[in-house]
Design a protein around this ligand. Structure first.
Ligand SMILES: NC(=O)c1ccc[n+]([C@@H]2O[C@H](COP(=O)([O-])OP(=O)(O)OC[C@H]3O[C@@H](n4cnc5c(N)ncnc54)[C@H](O)[C@@H]3O)[C@@H](O)[C@H]2O)c1
Length: 417
């Protein structure tokens, strides 16, 4: 069952198991990988307990004793602050570096000073440049739209640039004034009492994100990758994102992908078989399209802020954030995570929906290449919802549904393997 690792992180012994490594941006996964988990604050405790049981039962069902996960707890958020005096201890960062595929529950964002957001900090420390959010419908989940099943998209959102880069200066500050003066020297006027935020979007950052999106579409035989941007207004940032995306598709994927322009110019608007269509949509129009023609889209590649809005809008259409999974992926590290917060008022009541972490685990198993586990959990999750066995958040909107506790929902999934 793998080597004994003597090192400790945050004073905790590492369980017996093997390290996952990365080669060319892809994980190399042994049979008994050590996977760190951050349980999360608030509802995280209930959710993690339930999710871990589902994961272990699925691995056992799929592989017997030939594979297993060596779970290793690392600390962040309130638990870390209480036990180690820090929101994000160095030991946690070191452990996530050493064991580079991990999963986390929601974390409280400390209010007032210190780290701005632990989630943003983790993304920056590990250069997790892709935020991946699959959005699909599970039959029976209450939805605000008429045909939620038509939505089945994977959103690849750039995770390191744009207005999230944190280059902002408060109105009246020396920096804001200097920048306003500099801008005036370029012949542009900005009101003197403005706060200034900078929106950097680079070719490097855009292309590595679009590359991942196109690779995903090819690997999963998906029909299209749509570059979502606001390039009609922000030409040199959002518009450049689109241009660099097309450029990358032409340079690196000429044999497997084709742009919408070329499809019209050479193929009368019909994408040739076996090729991924690369098209683009302006962000505001995209918000209409996901409501009016969701089935026409499969992979969406977006800049950071547009992707933030779009991910939640898409998730709402298929039943909300309680079951929306997410991943933050870089070239040498990946952290899978719930997309909702810590919902403190439901903490430790064993009532909350663990779907978001469970489905984030499904993404993790897919990333690891453990597709049997992915399918077991995915199918059992769908079946449990079809049986109308759900937690309170869905039960109150589903006529005839039975309300289960968090732990009972996990039991129901396991019994549906
Ligand atoms: N990824 C993260 O770690 C993350 C994301 C968002 C917010 N947060 C943090 O969480 C804390 C609370 O934030 P918030 O109240 O804005 O958002 P929240 O997502 O914690 O909760 C908002 C509401 O959504 C519902 N909800 C959330 N998750 C649910 C689930 N799994 N099942 C059923 N219902 C669910 C609950 O009704 C809850 O009251 C803050 O400290 C915030 O910074 C963390």
């Amino acid at each position: 069952m793998g080597q004994v690792i003597e090192k400790t992180f945050n004073g905790l012994k590492v369980p017996q198991g093997e390290k996952i490594t990365f080669k060319d941006g892809k994980p190399v996964v042994p049979a008994h990988p050590i996977i760190p988990f951050i349980e999360g604050d608030g509802i995280g405790r209930d959710i993690w307990r339930a999710s871990q049981r589902v994961f272990d039962a699925a691995v056992k069902k799929a592989y017997g004793d030939t594979r297993s996960i060596a779970w290793y707890e690392v600390f962040a958020g309130e638990k870390a602050k209480n036990n180690h005096g820090e929101w994000l201890p160095e030991g946690t960062i070191e452990a996530l570096k050493e064991f580079p595929v991990s999963i986390k529950g929601p974390l409280t964002t400390p209010v007032g000073g210190g780290i701005r957001s632990l989630n943003v900090a983790l993304r920056q420390i590990f250069d997790l440049y892709c935020c991946v959010r699959p959005v699909r419908y599970y039959q029976g989940v209450p939805s605000p739209v008429v045909s939620p099943e038509k939505m089945n998209v994977v959103i690849y959102r750039e995770n390191t640039e744009d207005v999230y880069a944190g280059v902002e200066f408060v109105s009246g500050s020396k920096e804001a004034k200097q920048l306003i003066d500099l801008i005036a020297s370029f012949g542009k006027t900005v009101r003197p009492d403005s706060g200034i935020g900078i929106k950097p979007i680079s070719k490097f950052g855009s292309q590595r994100l679009v590359r991942r999106a196109i690779e995903y579409a090819i690997a999963h035989n998906l029909p299209s990758v749509t570059l979502v941007h606001k390039g009609n207004i922000q030409k040199f940032t959002e518009g450049a994102f689109r241009d660099w995306g097309y450029e990358l598709a032409a340079e690196e994927f000429a044999a497997k992908a084709i742009s919408e322009d070329k499809v019209w110019a050479d193929f009368e608007g019909k994408t040739p078989a076996g090729k991924v269509l690369v098209n683009d949509r302006i962000a505001d129009s995209m918000f209409q399209q996901i409501l009016t023609r969701p089935s026409e889209y499969s992979v969406l590649a977006t800049t950071n802020l547009n992707g933030d809005y779009l991910s939640d809008a898409c998730a709402a259409q298929v039943g909300g954030l309680g079951i929306a999974p997410g991943a933050n992926i870089g070239d040498s590290c990946a952290i899978f995570e719930a997309t909702h917060g810590t919902a403190p008022k439901y903490a430790d009541k064993d009532v909350i929906n663990p779907g978001s972490v469970i489905l984030s685990g499904v993404m993790m198993f897919e990333f690891m290449g453990w597709t049997e586990v992915r399918d077991l959990i995915n199918n059992a999750f769908a079946k449990t919802i079809q049986q109308k066995l759900v937690t309170y958040d869905l039960e109150r909107l589903m006529p005839g549904a039975k309300k289960l506790k968090t732990s009972e929902f996990a039991d129901a999934i396991i019994s549906n393997f």
